[in-house]
Design a protein around this ligand. Structure first.
Ligand code: BG6
Ligand code: MG
Length: 227
């Protein structure tokens, strides 16, 4: 029987590195500057969503209307604050288990892609010393649609030259989980089960995840599909 081929596609913010907290701080500062606030539960809905779409959602919560030019200015302001924070990042901010899992995958010859909505992924990967693990990088600079659209992950599979059903996506955002399912991929949710419906497996972080476990996951999904 043919060996099971797997490839892994990682979301960045909130899966490999703890930048979700910086996004929250910067958006909160922007909302506060316009005289309103939003909750942690609302922030959960912003995860995985691109910059302009996040801004639209926040303005909507505040009941504020802005022109396209004003929105560009607000998004740029938020990004300036955010980039100030990520510029200070180091490898110590890589989330538990991330570097070990990436290394184990590499050691086993498993192809690895990034599948992120962020336009700042290059800077973050560089600051945290993760760039060298990736065979392909798909981020907010190379896609036209936002998660939950599957574009980012399908492009990742294409760049890794593998079929979507061989891919395992690691995601901390509901929009990202939906995107992975729409792409026909297996999905590991990183976080709380109640925020991430539809995943094949839920973990609190990447520590303890083994390559054998991931191969078994793809194998069992393939068997179910062909049964
Ligand atoms: C995603 C984050 O990874 O990237 C979202 O989860 C963020 O919160 C999006 O809005 C876009 O990021 P950036 O860095 O391009 O503003
Ligand atoms: Mg994320």
């Amino acid at each position: 029987m043919k060996d099971t081929t797997i490839a892994c596609i990682f979301d960045l913010d909130g899966v490999l590195v703890d930048t979700a907290v910086y996004h929250y701080q910067a958006w909160k500062k922007l909302a506060n500057s316009m005289g309103f606030d939003f909750s942690h539960a609302q922030n959960e809905q912003l995860k995985g969503v691109n910059r302009m779409r996040s801004l639209d959602m926040i303005l909507n919560w505040g009941g504020i209307t802005k022109t396209d030019a004003e929105k560009e200015e607000l998004a740029t302001l938020k990004n300036t604050w955010y980039v100030d924070m990520i510029n200070k990042m180091s490898a110590t901010e890589v989330l538990p288990g991330s570097a070990d899992l990436l290394q184990a995958l590499k050691d086993h010859g498993v192809k690895i892609a990034l599948g992120s909505a962020s336009k700042n992924s290059g800077l973050i990967l560089e600051r945290t010393n993760l760039t060298h693990f990736f065979d392909a990088i798909v981020d907010g600079n190379s896609v036209t649609t936002s998660k939950p659209d599957p574009e980012v992950f399908l492009k990742g599979a294409e760049m890794l030259d593998t079929a979507p059903q061989n891919c395992i996506v690691f995601e901390d955002a509901a929009a990202g989980v939906q995107a992975a399912i729409a792409a026909g991929m297996a999905v590991v949710g990183v976080g709380e089960a109640e925020n991430l419906p539809g995943t094949d497996l839920i973990i609190k972080d990447l520590s303890g995840v083994t390559v054998a476990q991931l191969i078994a996951l793809i194998k069992s999904k393939t068997e179910k599909r062909t049964a």
